[in-house]
Write a protein that binds this ligand. Structure first.
Ligand code: TRP
Length: 463
């Protein structure tokens, strides 16, 4: 046991300090969860995968798999009080089981690095749109104009690379200074402001878009559109949007005080996150249908639909600029949490300062990001397995690494950790605890495994 650690795991204190309040923790996790996953990725994967049926599977995954995984991550983080790799090794040995469980933390660190390598490119894309909006590039623009602005931007690796560099620089800067500082204030302002602007956009969609058609697309299930590969994508999206499966939430849980309710916090975060994603869908699809666009265009979807809407609404230049500023902020707070596990690990394992660790890891991610930058232009035709470098990173991390990490995390919390330990963290052996335990031990692991096996085609298709 380290000298600054109490022998009683329930009394162990964090190596890096504590959140100032329960609200601070909820805000930090919400800041991590709400990001490009809600506003950029959710609408385009829904569009690519046929709408309603995908949305319902996604919602089911959030509740049945996402919630138990998130609660498990927080409780493990609080119990271990270290970076995810060290936490899993410590908790494993405390239960008299293998310390090899630390490999789950290691996979999470790797997943975070890989995800951020492309997340930062899209974050840079968002940042570029702040300036384009600000100079009025979208004012009164039609489909042809916004599409060509997007194509010109993506077509230039120098441009995309430049904004990727700025975005990574901003992320490294915050991580180097320590996550607690500033993050709380930023999120406290950003999430409500983002919600407010989404409501403004919703007003536009209701009055000027094909709202009924958008709602029908989003919520009317056409089960014939669903394959096991789509189900896997819906599950991957649930993991991604909730920031779970790689230890980011576990790393934040390490700073959580004893009194805070874990099930309560997880519920608040999941509800806020889901509300923002659904709102994004309700804004975007009516605009898609009103303008005769294809819902399945892919990653460019929001960068076409929202500029169109802003271009046509009164005060559009102002609203568009604010919106992309907020979205950049949302992406930024998420990017920080993608980097935090790797940085915490470098710090503790190699005794580096926070700033040194942030620059090392951030530099690596910045270089890797050029794989994605080039996927949209120079290397657009260089495809294998799932498509471009970007497509492969996306599939490998979101649809494979995160659910696999989540599977191992619930198995650890549900089967490896003893009942007393988890009950203590989750506030006693009441109904909520029993529900969590059934989900964590049976429903979530079997569900994840089943979808994996189906998607790989190991289990035969039913239809
Ligand atoms: N949830 C964020 C989003 O939706 C992305 C994210 C941040 C993330 N941290 C994470 C995804 C950790 C997986 C794991 O934009």
């Amino acid at each position: 046991m380290l000298s600054n650690q109490s022998a009683d795991p329930a009394k162990r204190s964090s190596l890096h300090g504590h959140w100032s309040s329960r609200m601070a923790f909820i805000l930090a996790v919400t800041g991590s969860a709400v990001g490009l996953g809600n506003i950029w990725r959710f609408p385009y994967v829904v569009g690519e995968n046929g709408g309603g049926a995908f949305v319902l599977v996604y919602l089911a995954c959030v509740i049945v798999v996402g919630m138990p995984v998130m609660m498990s991550e927080i409780l493990m983080g609080r119990r271990g009080r270290r970076n995810p790799i060290a936490t899993m090794a410590l908790l494993g040995s405390e239960e008299g089981k293998s310390t090899r469980w630390s490999l789950v933390g290691a996979m999470g660190v790797l997943a975070g690095v890989l995800i951020l390598s492309y997340y930062a490119v899209v974050g840079g894309w968002t940042l570029a749109y702040v300036f384009k909006s600000g100079v009025g590039a979208f004012a009164n623009a039609g489909v042809a104009v916004v599409t060509s602005i997007r194509d010109d931007f993506l077509g230039s690796w120098v441009n995309l690379g430049l904004y990727h560099t700025i975005f990574m620089g901003l992320t490294i800067f915050v991580v180097a200074r320590g996550v607690e500082r500033g993050l709380e204030q930023a999120v406290r302002f950003m999430v409500p402001a983002l919600l407010l602007l989404m409501v403004v956009l919703l007003g536009y969609s209701i009055t000027s878009g094909h709202f009924a058609e958008g709602v029908a697309f989003l919520f009317t299930p056409d089960w014939s559109k669903l394959t096991w590969d789509t189900v896997l994508t819906a599950m991957g999206q649930a993991f991604f949007t909730l920031s779970i499966g790689m230890g980011a939430v576990m790393a934040y849980g390490a700073f959580l005080s004893e009194e805070t309710s874990i099930p309560g916090s997880a519920t608040v975060v999941a509800m806020a996150d889901t509300a923002i994603a659904l709102l994004a869908g309700l804004v975007i699809f009516p605009i898609v249908f009103a303008n005769g666009l294809d819902p399945a265009v892919g990653p460019g979807l929001v960068f076409v639909t929202l500029p169109l809407a802003f271009g046509q609404m009164p005060g559009g230049v102002f609203f568009a600029t604010i919106f992309f500023v907020l979205l950049t902020f949302a992406a930024w707070t998420s990017a920080i949490s993608l980097m935090e596990p790797a940085v915490a690990w470098i710090m503790e394992h190699f005794s580096k300062s926070r700033a040194q660790a942030a620059v090392m890891i951030g530099g690596l991610i910045w270089v890797l990001g050029f794989g994605t930058v080039l996927s949209f232009n120079v290397l657009a035709d260089f495809t294998f397995w799932r498509g471009t470098i970007f497509d492969n990173l996306d599939h490998l991390t979101l649809n494979i690494m995160l659910p696999l990490g989540g599977l191992l995390i619930v198995v650890f919390a549900g089967w490896v950790m003893c009942r007393n330990a988890t009950a203590e963290e989750l506030g006693g052996a009441g109904l909520i605890y029993k529900l969590w335990r059934v989900l964590a031990r049976y429903v979530a692991p079997i569900g994840i495994l089943f979808v994996f096996l189906k998607a790989i085609g190991i289990l035969p298709e039913l239809s």
